[in-house]
Design a binder for this molecule. Structure first.
Ligand code: PMV
Length: 325
């Protein structure tokens, strides 16, 4: 009973921040994202009676925090499959972890798909998305293909993600500028709990449905300028909430700010590119494919940018044949 899956990370255009149910990981609001072709987690899961204990090897190492979170998720899968067989998990990311590139999204999507397949469960895309959400909220958006919407829902069964458009729909590109590979101090999983402590959070909640509707409209019309302005404002709002939480969350580094200023300058010079940010210092530059190489070249010239990773829209999580062990 061994299976392997590969899953993309995703970049949220409208962010998930704050939870209305901690245990079920029901988000305060819906969100919209694009799956990313070059931020991938590959995970092999094996259930076997020959194993004496559960083991998790992530990026070649055993780490208690990672192990505990992964085994908690595997326990949910074992419960569904109605067995207690021990598990071995080997998982690898092809990109930096814990720097704002949403490795928990690809990580829990890959673990869900590989774990369910290894357990012999035949789950629908919706069921896989629900299961992935229980591991990490944003992971539910890495299950369906392409451009994705996650409905907040009121119950476990009604909070899941689905595809709005396949990857071929629009040749948008996310050029990521990696500014530092230093891991953030507060993970997004823990950060969500602080959302309510910002005085600005109620204001965000008031306008979020309107924003989601606008985001879907601009996606449908393929209007990059409108979409870009919206997602950039959304990223700044997210960081305004971080900065005004108690305790405050400061993820922006000098390098990140330099890229933010540069993007505004490039736009003034006619280059159509917009930034967005997650919980971390790395910065996502959204543009069309025709401008991707130029954006990547320009970003690499900024002091403190270590490298860029160019991402196209991607399929969601899927089972693959090649195992990691
Ligand atoms: O799924 P989590 O707990 O890693 O939270 C993701 C939070 C953001 O990346 C900031 C926003 C999002 O919607 O991806």
């Amino acid at each position: 009973m061994k299976a392997t899956a590969v899953a993309p990370s995703n970049i949220a255009f409208i962010k998930y921040w704050g939870r209305k149910d901690e245990v079920l990981r029901l988000p305060e609001n819906g969100s919209i994202s694009m799956n990313l072709s070059n931020l991938l987690t590959t995970t092999t899961v094996e259930f076997s009676d020959a194993l004496k204990m559960d083991t998790v090897i992530f990026n070649g190492r055993k780490e208690t925090l990672v192990t505990n979170r992964a085994i908690k998720h595997i326990d949910a899968i074992r419960k569904l499959a109605m067995f207690k067989t021990k598990v071995k998990i080997v998982s690898e990311n092809n990109f930096p972890t814990g720097t704002g590139l949403s490795s928990s999204a690809s990580g829990f999507a890959a673990l869900t798909v590989a774990g369910a397949a290894a357990a012999g469960l035949k789950l629908s895309e919706k069921e896989l998305s629900i299961l992935a959400r229980l591991g990490s909220g944003s992971a539910c958006r890495s299950i369906p293909d392409g451009f994705v919407e996650w409905k907040d829902g009121k119950t476990n069964e009604t909070s899941y993600a689905f595809s709005l458009y396949k990857k071929e729909y629009w040749d948008l590109v996310d050029v990521i500028a990696v500014t530092s590979t230093q891991k953030k101090e507060v993970s997004s999983s823990s950060g969500h709990i602080l959302a309510q402590s910002s005085a600005f959070f109620p204001i965000r909640k008031k306008y979020i449905k309107e924003k989601i509707a606008l985001c879907k409209k601009y996606l449908q019309e393929k209007k990059l300028q409108k979409l870009g302005e919206l997602i950039e404002a959304e990223a700044l709002e997210l960081h305004a909430i971080y900065l005004t939480s108690h305790p405050s969350l400061i993820y922006l580094l000098p390098e990140t700010l330099r890229v933010m200023h540069a993007v505004k300058e490039w736009r003034e010079n006619g280059l159509s590119v917009y930034f967005t940010l997650n919980t971390g210092q790395d910065i996502h530059l959204i543009c069309e494919k025709k401008n991707a190489q130029k954006v990547s070249r320009l970003a690499q010239k900024i002091e403190g940018v270590q490298k860029t990773i160019v991402n196209y829209p991607s399929d969601g999580a899927r089972v693959i044949e090649k195992h990691l062990f």
